[in-house]
Design a protein around this ligand. Sequence first.
Ligand code: FES
Ligand code: MG
Length: 594
Amino acid sequence: MTDKKSNSRKRLRSEEWLNEPNHPDQTAIYLERYMNYGLTREELQSGKPIIGIAQTGSDLTPCNRHHVALAQRLKEGIRDAGGIPLEFPVHPIHEMGKRPTAALDRNLATLGLIEILYGYPLDGVILTTGCDKTTPATLMAAAAVDIPTIVFSGGPMLNGWDNEKRIGSGSIIWECREKYAAGEIDYENFMEQVSSSAPSSGHCNTMGTALTMNSLAEALGMSLPGCAAIPAPYRERAQMGYYTGRRIVEMIDEDLKPSDIMSKESFYNAIRVCSAIGGSTNAPPHIQAIANHMDDIDISITDWQLYGESVPLIVNCQPAGEYLGEEFHRAGGVPAVMGELLKTGAISPHAMTVTGKTVGEIYGKASSKEHKVIRPTTEPLMEKAGFAVMSGNIFDSAIMKKSVIDEHFKSTYLSDPEHPNVFEVRAIVFEGPEDYHHRINKPELAIDEHCMLIIRNCGPVGYPGSAEVVNMLPPDYLVKQGITCLPTMGDGRQSGTSASPSILNISPEAAVGGGLAYLKTGDMLRIDLNNNTVNLLIEAQAFEIRKKSMERIPIVNQTPWQEIYRSRVNQLSEGGTLVTKDKHTRIASKHGIP
Ligand code: FES
Ligand code: MG
């Protein structure tokens, strides 16, 4: 960092707006309105860096709402280190509140934030992250604009409890659905039990998409060590806010930008950490979307298998394990995971971090403080726990999370002694979540344990944004018999809190003419987990004839953004990002002003 530090007297980006002696008229116009709430000209022209606080919290984004209060500690840190904080809103994204999908808004929030970071007098930015898509959305924008950036996550909620039993957010929904279907609980109990899983401020406390993406932001080097796992209400959360505020000011001095931190090695580290924590199946499209917004980083879906599949599961958190965010934090959080992985050379020590030090320097001595929650890699919960990247004759790629394959699934589908890990199923095809809910209990489908539930028209174009619906519950009569899980497959996503070993994120999706569009109920499929393939058992010629005779479902846009999004979005295997002429949304002149 020393050579960069020597340039620290260079003119700040914000001075192009606020301190331009040759253009008094323009400078005065930019300046005067920032003073109308009490900032002084002296402050604004003092050469102090101006730090944006990208505020994702609001009443509409409850998982991030406490960032509104935490911003005070960020501001105090920024001020103490000699900067000036300016807080501004990011387009809200709440996973469970937004129709038709929160995923539709990830790219919208990114575009909005790119305009803000590019067009306003900001020298650096703190990204307040939390709920699932707020982390990738803001990191994608920061990657594109490439001004000094640090991630400050809001942290998971406290543990939920039902007497002695830990109740994980998200995961409880799947459990209650089963109990409700089996007639064990009524509507009131359902609401009561699900609500008990959200006992405090914060994001989901399971290793769902939120905790995964905040952990991966830390693994990418973009937040201070230990930031991701601190539960939202703990005092360390606000203290971390203060240190984060201080650090971003130093980063301006060091000119330490996302492009200096997020290298290819950092992305491979993130992929490996994702396997080790039993992370969400939403991570591949989000990590790829961040990489898409970097200048020269190409991550492909096959990298997940190449770099991630061999890594063991060492974090014992729901849905792959038992514990929740509080225990993950006390066991050492992401630093402990990185430390354990470094011991066996599973991640690169050379990747840079926002601290100005490398992963090896920061995490080299870290290790688990609680072995029942974070295991050494020599005693993992599961070997080879990464995602399998599946392919076959009706799609190019799909993801399967092997760390959630349970004993029942193994013994039912994978234990044929002549063909271990290979099974054949009869397809039951649904045209989307509405069709699934409408027909799943119809006796004429005759669904049994030899069936696979398949859902389509749920990808980025089909159900705009892509819906978290692939983890479908079997019909009620099977649940009552104790069959709570059937193999499932689809072109949508599934919640990171789900423990279903689905085959999901199928690309290309049905709505753009992928082979999945031409599957019929009753078709036979062979799934081979030795070779990671899914094949429709049909003659190629017969399938071609079928393709010509089947009509696809028309697409109807409900809002202007849906139309724009659908016309530009790529597939989940490519990150579900918007494709613009100039490769994605890359900013041509990063450091210039408009
Ligand atoms: Fe917001 Fe899970 S719904 S973090
Ligand atoms: Mg989710």
